[in-house]
Ligand binder design. Structure first.
Ligand SMILES: Nc1nc2c(ncn2[C@@H]2O[C@H](COP(=O)(O)OP(=O)(O)O)[C@@H](O)[C@H]2O)c(=O)[nH]1
Ligand SMILES: [Mg+2]
Length: 449
């Protein structure tokens, strides 16, 4: 199943859950007419769900339930649908029973009144439970993504609303507006043009006309950008023969030290022996910051005084990692961009030391970029790509920005996988990048059914 199919399924389930919640509220409000209202809500629900689900539900429901259902107008829509011809027979019966013309039937309805309420509430709570458990099973991480991307989602949603507010048809003006909307949403010029071109084709060849079709088409194309055949490229490569070395690079303030602090915590908790190295020797504050994380995480640190040669810190750390059998070493570096040649030389020197001590290392060179700087993040990525062999990107502070679309431009324009995302300040807010959860956090609710 493709990513978009998964997305759509989840979206549908969410809508149903919302529906179910709305039902529960209504139920409690309308206590007197609770039986009837419940029935009508159920029938609403079944109208919206698949036909097969409908038939299951109607088979399940009791005759007496159906008799009350059929009094209601929505019910008659249902009874037009083939399987429920039984029901309409019963509705006649129930009218008769209310008039108490036939004693048999009134007995039946009395019985049903007694049992109905409990049966119904049971049934509805089972329905909700089912949806609840399915959603809960993956909800913790889902929630991180959904909360962390809330700003991006609502901003993109607003932009789409604006785009479609004056929608009449798919013409050249519309394509221009669409391109602008996408570019403003930080998905990148290339992606915006690609989607616009694909839409042109789709309008010619397929039945994409109305605003709903167009909106769904755009979301689908955005989701499909993440549909890489091999998502394992998002996982960190680990050394199976000796310590894994992970080097962090990126401009000041991007979130390198914080990310190391969070990652060190995760790996230690999963039972790994973790070492961190304070190779950002440029500022005393940077060393101290990593030191505080190391204490909090209860992991060991290699550090020297401010102004030391970063390469010598790296040398000590790699040696210690090897000699003392650490599983993983995280190296924090300074991100001075003033001089590209210097930066390149410094990184080359560190790399040489690491590889000499541990062949095959570093397993990862992670570029940390701050999502709040928008397109500038892209420029940073391009720049660092020239000076280092970046294996992955950590995109931080997504929680604080509406520019979540930046992941799409990194993916589509730089070609370096985003491996981790920072979705908040807490340790658990650093998440392995999961395209499925990400696109859902970004576009949830924007597909029109
Ligand atoms: N909200 C939020 N803040 C973050 C995230 N990652 C880092 N920060 C903050 O960004 C600031 C700079 O981070 P720092 O690790 O010192 O950046 P460095 O200079 O690259 O080491 C700090 O105040 C962090 O708390 C994130 O994912 N979300
Ligand atoms: Mg730092």
């Amino acid at each position: 199943m493709g990513l978009f199919d998964i997305f759509r399924k989840k979206n549908k389930k969410d809508l149903e859950k919302q529906e179910a919640e709305a039902q529960t509220e209504e139920q409690s409000e309308q206590s007197e007419q609770s039986e009837q209202s419940e029935q009508s809500e159920q029938s609403e629900q079944s109208e919206q769900s698949e036909q097969s689900e409908q038939s299951e539900q109607s088979e399940q429901s009791e005759q007496s339930e159906q008799s009350e259902q059929s009094e209601q107008s929505e019910q008659s829509e249902q009874s037009e649908q083939s399987e429920q011809s039984e029901q309409s027979e019963q509705s006649e019966q129930s009218e008769q029973s209310e008039q108490s013309e036939q004693s048999e039937q009134s007995e039946q309805s009395e019985q049903s009144e007694q049992s109905e309420q409990s049966e119904q509430s049971e049934q509805s709570s089972i329905d909700e439970d089912e949806i609840e458990t399915e959603i809960n099973s993956e909800s913790n991480d889902d929630e991180k993504y959904e909360n962390g991307l809330a700003k991006s989602r609502s901003s993109f949603g607003q932009k789409l609303n604006q785009l479609f507010a004056n929608f009449r048809s798919v013409d050249e003006d519309f394509f221009e507006d669409l391109e602008d909307t996408l570019i403003e949403s930080d998905v990148g010029v290339k992606t915006a043009m690609e989607i616009s071109d694909q839409l042109r084709e789709a309008v010619k060849l397929e039945n994409v006309k109305g605003s709903k079709d167009v909106q769904n088409f755009v979301i689908q194309k955005l989701v499909e950008i993440y549909d890489a055949p091999d998502n394992s490229e998002n996982e960190l490569k680990l050394n199976t023969d000796g310590p894994t070395v992970i080097l962090f690079i990126g401009v000041n303030g991007a979130g390198k030290t914080t990310t190391i602090g969070k990652m060190a915590n995760k790996y230690r908790e999963s039972g790994k022996r973790v070492l961190v190295a304070a190779a950002d020797t440029f500022r005393a504050g940077a060393i101290q910051q990593l030191d505080e994380w190391a204490k909090r995480d209860q992991v060991d640190i290699v550090k020297k005084e401010e102004g030391s040669d970063p390469a010598s810190v790296v040398f000590d750390a790699v040696k210690k990692a090897k000699d003392d059998n650490y599983d993983i070493l995280f190296i924090d570096t300074a991100g001075r961009l003033q001089n590209k040649v210097n930066l390149m030389n410094e990184l080359a020197k560190m790399n040489k030391i690491i590889t000499r001590e541990i062949p095959g290392a570093p397993q990862e060179v992670l570029l940390v970029v701050d999502a709040t700087v928008g397109q500038n993040a892209l420029n940073q990525a391009k720049m660092f790509k020239e000076v280092a062999d970046i294996s992955g990107i950590v995109l931080t502070k997504l929680d604080g920005t509406a520019r979540g679309g930046i992941v799409i431009s990194i993916k589509n324009e730089i070609g370096i996988p985003v491996k981790y995302v920072g979705l908040g300040e807490k340790v658990s807010d650093l998440q392995e990048f999961n395209p499925e959860k990400f696109v859902y956090g970004l576009f949830k609710g924007l597909i029109k059914e």
